[in-house]
Design a protein around this ligand. Sequence first.
Ligand SMILES: [Zn+2]
Length: 208
Amino acid sequence: MKLRNIFENNQKWVEEKLSIDADYFKNLSKGQSPEILYIGCSDSRVTAEELMGVNPGDAFVHRNIANMVPNTDLSAMSVIDYAVTHLKVKHIVVCGHYFCGGVKAAMQSQDLGILNPWLRNIRDVYRLHKEELNAIENEEERYNRLVELNVQEQCVNVIKTSQYQKAFAEREVIVHGWVFDIHSGKLIDLKIDFENILKNIQEIYKIC
Ligand SMILES: [Zn+2]
């Protein structure tokens, strides 16, 4: 892949879209009403639209290192607010991936500078699930389980926001935890029981 090819690729893509539908960009420019908010990792191998097989306009996307939803992160919080309050998405997906460099880095005793406070959120996930994780002897398996538990905890972080709680009181907004298996290309639904989680944490985190 060379940077100069990108504009040629873009031209081909425009032509391809127009050959199928002459009004494609005219319609695209009218506005967006995606049903899905996708929160994923910035990893270049884990694309959002391509792995889900969706088109422009179908998913509102937020990506950062290790698909995190820290409640002090203005970017993630703004994305959730806009998606839930204005776009009125029906589904919120947190998608992690096995062999995530961010999750692996958080498992090591290394000073990573500005990444330290970011990755500390993953270390907190480890602390919450230390018993389960430490019981897994195989390092790779332990680290992939942490990827799954991190997805689960980030779903919980979505549920903790007032924007989500307000929307949930009015309509159905479903939170999903998924993992992308980079070895097989498959998306795995972790089948997180978000309603039960919401019930369990309501006592502490109920805002609305
Ligand atoms: Zn990653």
